[in-house]
Design a protein around this ligand. Structure first.
Ligand code: PBG
Length: 314
């Protein structure tokens, strides 16, 4: 069954198409020109203008969607920029939604870490720990701001307990029943987020192990996905992807929702660095990594290679 290319095509169990890919994008407040990110070669912090152009390019390449992250010029303890209609992420969402219409699905990261001066994903209590329930109030306000700005899928990436139910209830009460919730259900406290922290100028000291998951836990990943399904998630996610393919497969088998995976910044940086050294074939490695994430059970993969891979797959 492997002796010729046509036979291999007939026998291949897993497909990878442009529509299976979502492009994460960064937009930085006050930038006139896009700025390179040292640890993510080929990825930039966009200006509003370059973001709109790049989103239009992504639509043209046929990717399924874009996921927007904002980098504000000022931060405070509660992340005020996150739910301000004039905050960079909400401004960018309106601009991209107007630019691409319904050529692709406009999605936004719903988390406070880019907007807080301490870099944590929530607001802090007097002891300095993240206050789960006070954070939920901030997330609900962000959810409304993002839905009003035209985001169709809100990516709840903060790992607070009850975040899906809280956002769903708020959105429904305000007439946004059709705004979808992507729950980052099994999000691990991972070293592979390193380059992302440079991309968003993260202010974080320390780590997120008090709310993101322990990489040693698989059953807990499944439990988190089932909880989010019960809370009303439309999509559940496993993140990172390549170091957690077993979790991805178990979640795929356990829930009946679409399951997405995030091929994170460190996964991108690893392959780019090895390829730049001539140690591996870049294109073959990128496509194999994406196909493998699909094989493990992801319906859709968030990847910084989304547009380039979509063009290769044409
Ligand atoms: C949190 C968030 C993070 C990433 C996506 N959303 C960072 C974190 O949890 O520290 C990481 C994505 C990547 O590494 O590509 N808003």
């Amino acid at each position: 069954m492997r002796q010729s290319a046509p036979l291999r095509e007939l026998a291949r169990e897993t497909s990878l198409e442009a529509r299976h890919l979502v492009l994460p994008m960064f937009v930085r407040e006050g930038l006139a020109e896009p700025a390179a990110i040292g640890s993510l070669p080929g990825v930039v912090q966009h200006s509003l203008d370059s973001l709109k152009r790049a989103a239009a390019d992504a639509a043209e390449a046929g990717v399924g969607g874009v996921m927007l992250f904002g980098v504000p010029s000022a931060r405070d303890a509660i992340g005020s920029g996150a739910d301000d209609p004039d905050g960079i992420l909400n401004v960018a969402t309106r601009a991209v939604a107007a630019e691409v219409g319904d050529a692709l699905v406009v999605q936004t990261d719903l988390c406070l870490d880019e907007f807080t001066d301490h870099g944590h994903c929530g607001v802090l209590s007097a002891s300095g720990a993240v206050d789960n329930d006070a954070t939920l109030e901030r997330y609900c306000s962000m959810a409304l701001a993002q839905a009003r700005a035209g985001s169709q899928v809100l990516g709840l990436s903060g790992m607070m307990d009850g975040q899906v139910a809280a956002a769903r209830e708020t959105l429904d009460a305000e007439g946004f029943q059709d705004t979808l919730l992507l729950a980052y259900s099994a999000k691990y406290a991972s070293a592979f987020y390193g380059p992302f922290r440079e991309a968003v100028d993260s202010q974080l000291q320390g780590d997120r192990r008090a709310y993101q998951m322990d990489p040693g836990n698989r059953r807990e990943g499944v439990r988190e996905a089932l909880l989010d399904q019960d809370e009303g998630a439309d999509i559940v996610m496993v993140k990172p992807a390549m170091a957690f393919l077993d979790v991805l497969r178990e979640v795929r088998n356990a829930v009946d929702l679409p399951v997405w995976a995030y091929q994170v910044s460190g996964e991108y940086a690893m392959i780019e660095a090895a390829a730049a050294n001539g140690w591996i074939d870049r294109r073959v490695s990128v496509l194999e990594s994406l196909l493998s994430i699909r094989r493990a059970g992801a319906d859709v993969v968030l990847s910084y290679w989304a547009v380039e891979a979509a063009r290769w797959l044409r």
